[in-house]
Design a protein around this ligand. Structure first.
Ligand SMILES: [Zn+2]
Length: 92
Protein backbone atom coordinates (compact mmCIF):
# COMPACT_ATOMS: atom_id res chain seq x y z
CA UNK A 1 0.00 0.00 0.00
CA UNK A 2 1.38 3.38 -0.94
CA UNK A 3 0.66 6.76 0.53
CA UNK A 4 -0.35 9.32 -2.02
CA UNK A 5 0.14 12.93 -1.14
CA UNK A 6 -2.71 15.26 -1.87
CA UNK A 7 -2.04 17.22 -5.04
CA UNK A 8 -0.95 20.78 -4.52
CA UNK A 9 -3.34 23.34 -5.82
CA UNK A 10 -2.41 26.74 -7.06
CA UNK A 11 -3.83 28.96 -4.41
CA UNK A 12 -3.12 32.41 -3.10
CA UNK A 13 -3.44 31.10 0.43
CA UNK A 14 -0.52 29.31 1.97
CA UNK A 15 -1.51 26.68 4.48
CA UNK A 16 1.87 25.52 5.67
CA UNK A 17 2.93 24.98 9.28
CA UNK A 18 5.10 28.09 9.32
CA UNK A 19 2.18 30.35 8.47
CA UNK A 20 0.19 28.74 11.28
CA UNK A 21 3.10 29.43 13.64
CA UNK A 22 3.36 33.04 12.46
CA UNK A 23 -0.38 33.55 12.84
CA UNK A 24 -0.17 32.22 16.39
CA UNK A 25 2.78 34.45 17.19
CA UNK A 26 1.01 37.57 15.97
CA UNK A 27 -2.14 36.66 17.88
CA UNK A 28 0.02 36.36 20.99
CA UNK A 29 1.55 39.79 20.28
CA UNK A 30 5.03 38.44 19.59
CA UNK A 31 7.48 38.81 16.71
CA UNK A 32 10.08 36.33 17.94
CA UNK A 33 9.99 32.76 19.07
CA UNK A 34 12.32 30.07 20.33
CA UNK A 35 12.53 27.05 18.09
CA UNK A 36 11.85 24.18 20.47
CA UNK A 37 13.76 21.75 18.26
CA UNK A 38 16.99 23.76 18.02
CA UNK A 39 16.78 26.11 21.01
CA UNK A 40 17.59 29.04 18.73
CA UNK A 41 15.55 32.19 18.82
CA UNK A 42 13.91 33.24 15.56
CA UNK A 43 12.49 36.53 14.41
CA UNK A 44 10.01 37.53 11.75
CA UNK A 45 11.33 38.77 8.43
CA UNK A 46 9.84 39.60 5.05
CA UNK A 47 11.26 40.21 1.60
CA UNK A 48 11.51 43.77 0.41
CA UNK A 49 9.08 44.48 -2.46
CA UNK A 50 11.78 46.49 -4.23
CA UNK A 51 14.87 44.32 -4.14
CA UNK A 52 13.93 41.17 -2.25
CA UNK A 53 16.25 42.11 0.58
CA UNK A 54 15.68 40.72 4.04
CA UNK A 55 13.57 43.18 5.99
CA UNK A 56 13.26 43.34 9.75
CA UNK A 57 10.29 44.23 11.89
CA UNK A 58 10.34 47.97 12.49
CA UNK A 59 7.16 48.34 14.48
CA UNK A 60 3.83 46.64 14.97
CA UNK A 61 0.24 47.77 15.35
CA UNK A 62 -1.65 46.05 18.13
CA UNK A 63 -5.27 45.57 18.96
CA UNK A 64 -6.57 46.33 22.43
CA UNK A 65 -5.81 42.84 23.65
CA UNK A 66 -2.22 43.01 22.44
CA UNK A 67 -2.62 40.92 19.31
CA UNK A 68 -0.59 42.21 16.36
CA UNK A 69 -2.67 42.99 13.29
CA UNK A 70 -0.13 44.89 11.22
CA UNK A 71 3.61 44.33 10.90
CA UNK A 72 5.70 47.18 9.54
CA UNK A 73 9.00 46.13 8.03
CA UNK A 74 12.13 48.00 6.99
CA UNK A 75 14.49 46.70 4.34
CA UNK A 76 18.09 46.52 5.50
CA UNK A 77 19.31 47.23 1.97
CA UNK A 78 17.24 50.17 0.72
CA UNK A 79 15.51 51.29 3.95
CA UNK A 80 12.05 50.99 2.41
CA UNK A 81 9.23 50.78 4.94
CA UNK A 82 6.31 48.53 4.07
CA UNK A 83 3.54 46.55 5.72
CA UNK A 84 3.96 42.79 5.40
CA UNK A 85 1.02 40.43 5.28
CA UNK A 86 1.28 37.30 7.42
CA UNK A 87 1.57 35.24 4.23
CA UNK A 88 4.73 37.09 3.26
CA UNK A 89 6.43 36.77 6.64
CA UNK A 90 8.91 34.08 7.49
CA UNK A 91 10.85 33.04 10.55
CA UNK A 92 14.64 32.96 10.61
ZN1 LIG B 1 14.86 46.90 -0.24
Amino acid sequence: MTTVAAPKRASSKRADPELATITRLLAAGQTTRVNAATGHSQALYAKCPNDGGQSQVRRVSRQGGGAIFEVHMRCTQCATDFVAKPESLYLR
